[in-house]
Design a protein around this ligand. Structure first.
Ligand code: AMP
Ligand code: ZN
Length: 461
């Protein structure tokens, strides 16, 4: 199978470094707020990668961190700690803030059928591991102390910028990154920050009380659970130029190696072709979409329609199209499900082969959906249904749980509803005369009622 590696800027053949287990690290959420649908797109990408690897017969040892401390508001090591800021605003402890948003985050992942990684370490539970790396970097001379923290000296790592293609000379010459007093170079980054007294979360260190830099968290947790060098590291494209460059620099300073063989990044979701931001009021959550009548599965299909390395522009028109498409898909799946098995094995084999070709070509899920849609146009057959369910091991669109949609009964006037309810009560009381009389009244008003096992449906004549 081929995967695009940000590090080499090309698609490469993928094989795990050891045996048939893929060791994979995914940058997880900073749990100070509700995750928005852009964040969710990145986790859907992680999920698709996990599902395709499993489909290819690999086992996965996946780690996704929970950042519950120290992720600063700006990448330039200035600004407040996001967790502390939320805690102050909501008058709660950072631990309460983290517990609440972590819970909601995992509920959202479940709603989207996201295959949750095996190991979910919290940053606050790995401070000693982080300090081990900080001490080693400092003792080897790769990090130095300033008034407010311990900083990695990027001039010591000639390959700094290898992931994003930013060259060190330019980095060293430019002053694009905000200057922090005491830093040798503007792009040097904090591995440990000294905590001011009022900082709620703080731990003992050689330099007194402090808290970790964000990048060191991922380096420490990936090293602990996956070793010095593992197979795949994932995240959103925004992580390429700073967060992931810094993780590579830290690993290089301690192990002399790049920690991951493959670096994979999901492109961003935009809203109306622009950035998603709180200020613009366009950061929707899954709950916001549900309140507008869009199910998580319809959002998932919306994500699947665009390749993970392409920008995805979110609009409600686009989501409407995905909703219609999901309804049509449900109807087709159910039609095949209720038909006898009757498809030629060779034809089924051909479809599965085409499907596999797409998913192993750097997760071409839109291409694989194309194969599915063509297949569903075949003569109705349970064989097709079963193959679609097998493919759904990758799509994760819930084919096996699809049910006939009950028509919403919202447009029924209250008066009609009341008569139907009265009739339903009469039927339960076995008062057939009254029930028939009420049916007659409904008919006179232009409505017919059809009884079912679990209630009734009303239709306008
Ligand atoms: P954060 O909690 O801010 O660290 O973000 C969690 C994940 O969501 C990271 O992997 C980000 O790269 C990713 N992310 C943030 N914004 C977007 C977006 N608009 N589209 C896709 N992914 C995003
Ligand atoms: Zn990370």
């Amino acid at each position: 199978m081929k995967l695009y590696n940000t590090l080499t800027r090309r698609k490469e053949e993928f094989k795990p470094l050891e045996g048939d287990t893929v060791r994979m690290y995914s940058c997880g959420p900073t749990v100070y707020n509700y995750a928005h649908i852009g964040n969710m797109r990145t986790y859907v990408f992680m999920d698709l990668l996990r599902r395709v690897l499993k489909e290819q017969g690999y086992k996965i040892k996946g780690v996704m961190n929970i950042t519950d401390v120290g992720h600063l508001l700006s990448d330039a090591d200035d600004g407040e700690d996001k967790m502390e800021k939320a805690a102050k605003e909501q008058k709660k402890s950072p631990y309460e803030i983290a517990a609440h948003y972590t819970k909601v985050f995992f509920e959202d992942l479940k709603k989207l059928n996201i295959d949750i990684p095996e190991i979910l370490p919290k940053a606050t539970e790995h401070i000693p591991e982080m300090l081990d790396i900080v001490y080693e970097l400092y003792d080897k001379g790769y990090a130095y102390e300033t008034e407010d923290g311990i900083y990695f000296d990027i001039s010591k790592f000639p390959e700094y910028g290898c992931l994003s293609g930013i060259n060190l000379e330019d980095q060293l010459a430019g002053a694009r990154v905000e200057v922090n007093s005491g830093k040798r170079h503007p792009a040097d980054f904090a591995v440990w920050k000294k905590a001011p007294k009022e900082h709620i979360m703080q731990w003992d260190s050689r330099w007194g009380k402090g808290y970790p830099g964000w990048h060191i968290e991922c380096s420490a947790m990936s090293k602990k659970y996956l070793g010095d060098v593992f197979d795949i590291h994932t995240g959103g494209v925004d992580h390429i130029p700073i967060h992931h460059e810094n993780e590579i620099a830290q690993s290089w300073g301690t192990t002399g190696k790049n920690p991951a063989k493959f670096w994979m990044h999901g492109e961003f979701m935009l809203v109306n072709n622009g950035k998603m931001s709180k200020k613009l009021g366009n950061t929707y959550t899954l709950d916001d979409l549900a309140a507008k009548g869009y199910s998580p599965m319809c959002f998932r299909l919306f994500c699947l329609n665009t390749h993970y390395r392409k920008k995805l522009n979110f609009t409600f028109e686009g989501l409407d199209a995905a909703k219609t498409s999901y309804e049509r898909l449900t109807a087709q799946i159910l039609k095949h499900k209720s038909s006898p098995a009757a498809t030629d094995k060779a034809l089924l084999g051909k479809y599965y082969e085409e499907f596999e070709r797409e998913i192993t070509d750097d997760l071409n899920i839109p291409g694989a959906l194309g194969v599915l849609f063509t297949m569903l146009k075949e003569k109705p057959s349970k064989d097709i249904y079963e193959l679609a369910v097998k493919m759904d091991g990758v799509f994760g669109l819930g084919f096996a749980d699809m049910k006939e949609e009950k028509k919403p009964q919202e447009d029924i006037p209250a008066e009609i509803r009341a008569i139907a309810e009265e009739r339903s009560a009469a039927r339960q009381a076995k008062d057939w005369t009254k029930s028939d009389e009420l049916r007659g009244r409904l008919a006179a008003l232009g409505w017919s009622v059809k009884d079912a096992k679990d209630g009734y449906t009303l239709t306008k004549n």
